[in-house]
Design a protein around this ligand. Structure first.
Ligand SMILES: [Zn+2]
Length: 367
């Protein structure tokens, strides 16, 4: 009996030693803390002002394709033209399907394939906040300090088309999705031209205008345009990824810049349920809504099996170094602790989404 206990205890100690060795030798990336100094925010930076001005233009794309107010898209076209004259003078500019915008900056080496950066000018509707929008009061292109403005609605601290620059932030519908990227790209290209820095490859910028409702008139037509001109890209950079504020990634005590390397697929399903009619006083035993509810419940219940894809693993390797010891132990000992790690990840909506994938597309799991 004593001997058996001894063996069990020895095995347990060996197991712990293996786990510890694996944890300490796992190739977590070193994160240089000097790079996380926080933000330096310049309120009157002219780039910020140009961006803020772009946020004021309500380029809303609504559900009914082709029915949205195109005058705002005319406005943003003009706005870009007046804000970045250097780009229009020094690139080949093409309008595809009237509101799709394509810029080509010629590189120095025509034998190399070009690269493409994407964005879109449209934004999703702001909900009911526009009714109380106090946009005029907020933005000041001059040196004057910002007047604090009270919340314009339950959901918006500042108007969705205010382009407000306050509290170290820039507020507005589309600030993240995707005018932020659009204006960053324009600023970058403007700087390349201004500094006479001509890259080797041709650089294309392409902006759609109906991305939020499917992209059929914008991105699809732009793709056709590139195809018709026989242009193949060495790389294409699209939207995806943000700088997540401290606390957004569980277990990490700093901002995290996430780079979108893959996109989840999606499936839209229309379910029709038929039931019997009848008077509310004598409802059928099983109503159409009751049946539909059962279907919904099953769909919600039968989730994709959680798994850690190679890409997620890479993410862990990159950021895991600044996670707690327990988390690092889980990441580096997935041979044993994967279920524990997965149960942690599935507790949070965003990390749950990261680990629920259709395994048909996962090479690792297929083997
Ligand atoms: Zn978008």
């Amino acid at each position: 009996m004593k001997k058996l206990l001894f063996i069990i205890l020895s095995l347990f100690i060996i197991l712990i030693i293996i786990i510890l060795i694996k944890t300490f030798t796992y190739p977590f990336k070193k994160i240089n803390s000097a790079t996380s100094q926080g933000w330096k925010f310049v309120k009157n930076d002219s780039a910020v002002q140009r961006f803020s001005g772009g946020l004021k233009i309500p380029t809303v794309s609504s559900g009914e394709l082709g029915k949205f107010d195109y005058s705002t898209f005319d406005t943003i076209k003009e706005y870009l033209k007046t804000s970045y004259p250097l780009i229009y003078e020094n690139t080949e500019f093409t309008e595809v399907n009237k509101y799709g915008l394509v810029f080509k900056l010629k590189g120095s080496n025509p034998s190399l394939d070009p690269i493409l950066f994407l964005s879109h000018t449209d934004v999703v509707p702001p909900g009911d906040a526009d009714i109380k929008d106090k946009s005029e009061n907020i933005f000041r292109p001059d040196d004057k300090p910002m007047t604090p403005v009270s919340k314009v609605s339950e959901d918006w601290d500042f108007g969705p088309f205010s382009g407000a620059v306050a509290n170290g932030r820039i507020y507005g519908r589309g600030a993240i999705d995707m005018k932020g990227m659009l204006f960053s790209l324009m600023e970058s290209m403007n700087n390349l031209i201004k500094n006479k820095h001509i890259p080797q490859r041709d650089i294309y910028l392409a902006f759609g205008f109906d991305e939020e409702v499917g992209g059929q008139q914008g991105a699809a037509k732009i793709a056709e345009y590139f195809k018709s001109k026989n242009i193949n890209f060495d790389a294409v950079y699209d939207e995806g990824g943000l700088i997540l504020e401290k606390g957004s990634v569980a277990g990490i005590d700093s901002d995290v810049a996430v780079i979108g390397c893959a996109e989840k697929g999606f499936l839209s399903v229309k379910i029709k349920v038929k039931g019997l009619g009848g008077h509310a006083s004598m409802p059928p035993m099983e109503s159409a809504i009751g049946k539909a509810a059962v279907i919904m419940q099953r769909l919600e219940h039968d989730q994709m099996k959680p798994m850690i894809t190679p890409l997620i693993n890479q993410f862990f390797t990159n950021i895991g170094g600044s996670m707690s010891f327990v988390n690092r132990m889980g990441i580096s000992n997935q041979w044993l602790l994967k279920p524990v790690l997965l149960s942690q990840l599935t507790k949070n909506n965003s990390t749950n989404a990261l680990v629920r994938n259709d395994n048909r597309f996962n090479d690792d799991e297929r083997k």
